[in-house]
Design a protein around this ligand. Structure first.
Ligand SMILES: Cc1ncc(COP(=O)(O)O)c(C=O)c1O
Length: 368
């Protein structure tokens, strides 16, 4: 059956802002501005202002942001970096690819790294903490910054799923040495292909990332400062992202509204755990609306069969993939949630009727 409620709807999203996107396209193309031009600079300035940092540096992907952040911090062989056991694999691959050792730590009920276990995992070799703000809800950065201060550690924030989220009024991606962003098409701010960025207050980190994204070259002087990479955010993508960034505050309001509908209509279902934490310090943006159902695949399968497109990331935790050669020290919370997670449609393309259909389908699974 074709989905009555899509998980995301990029065609509709384009139609919703066609005039502005088309205008951005024609502006870039008619000027012939393809690499490192005004649209990129404009987007970077607007992104930095939105996040609350001095600098933003546009890159090819969220992975590049993580990778260059670790390099900027001088992390490499012999160093340990603490990462969550429940995240997208790129978080940990970035650590492995700079030659450092990822130390996996279990998550808490909010899907983010368990800060007590994080502190217990610190050793003499620990150089950095790499918390992930999953699904639009920030990790406990207050505690994480305290741990970092206590043991003199670098903090890199994987904020790829949390643009606009806040804790104590301070934005995700503005706490650590860097915030790492992904503009993968289905992110809350998604481009039309891969894209990413680093945000930082540190001028040296900003300069390092600017050079490294362009093969180590300083674009003003032509001098190569190191062996770098090719991972610059395209000027055209930046132009599109700049348009979408203007809409983001309104989109966040709509996402919160959908989350409220889900909460009001599903809270009585005792076999379903909803992603609301009732801590007024946190301002969540609902990149994903991930519930936990005790019925696991039966629940997600029923929704799919009835035309509700859902994601079940991740049934198999990344550290269980043998080829990645990671240390599985046993992560009970990650294992439990992996059997149960199911992300309901959460996007600005769906209307209230579709939200009501999702609710009705969930309730009918539970015989309500
Ligand atoms: C938590 C997290 N980290 C890292 C990434 C990597 O971002 P990208 O796909 O842009 O490389 C993503 C997104 O896919 C993500 O969700």
């Amino acid at each position: 059956m074709s989905d009555k409620v899509p998980f995301v709807d990029p065609k509709k999203n384009y139609q919703m802002m066609k005039a502005e996107i088309d205008a951005a396209y024609f502006d870039v193309m008619s000027k012939g501005d393809l690499i490192d031009r005004g649209h990129l600079k404009s987007f970077e300035a607007n992104l930095a202002a939105f996040v609350g940092t001095r600098y933003a540096i546009g890159l090819n992907s969220g992975y590049d942001a993580l990778h260059l952040s670790l390099r900027a911090a001088g992390i490499g062989p012999g160093d340990e970096v603490i990462v969550p056991a429940h995240t997208f694999v790129a978080t940990t691959s970035a650590v492995v690819n700079v030659g450092a050792t990822p130390v996996l730590v279990d998550v808490a009920k909010d899907y983010n790294i368990d800060v007590q276990k994080m502190e217990e995992a610190v050793t003499e070799r620990t150089r950095a903490l790499l918390p992930v703000h999953l699904s639009g809800h920030m990790a406990d950065m207050v505690r994480i910054m305290e741990i970092a201060d206590k043991y003199n550690l670098v903090v890199v924030e994987d904020a790829c799923q949390s643009l606009g989220a806040k804790l104590n009024g301070k934005g995700a991606g503005s706490w650590g040495l860097t915030g790492c962003w992904s503009f993968y098409p289905f992110k809350i701010l998604g481009g039309y292909g891969d894209g990413g960025a680093i945000t930082t207050d540190d001028p040296d980190v900003a300069l390092f990332a600017r050079r490294m994204r362009y093969n180590g070259e300083d674009r003003e002087t032509g001098e190569y400062h190191s062996h770098g990479f090719t991972c610059l955010l395209d000027n055209l993508q930046a132009a599109f992202l700049d348009v979408k960034l203007r809409h983001l505050p309104t989109w966040i309001v709509r996402r919160k509204e959908i989350a409220r509908h889900y909460r009001e209509a599903l809270s009585d279902l005792t076999d379903l755990m909803l992603p609301h934490y009732d801590d007024p310090r946190y301002d969540d943006i609902f990149q994903n609306y991930t519930v936990r159902s005790k019925q696991g695949d039966d629940f997600s399968g029923y929704l799919k069969k009835n035309g509700v497109e859902v994601l079940t990331q991740f049934r198999k935790p990344y550290y269980k993939h043998k080829a990645l050669n990671l240390d599985d020290r046993g992560f009970p919370e990650t294992e439990a949630l992996s059997r149960e997670v199911c992300s309901l449609p959460m996007n600005v393309e769906i209307d209230d009727q579709q939200v009501a259909y999702v609710i009705q389908t969930v309730r009918s699974f539970y015989g309500k």
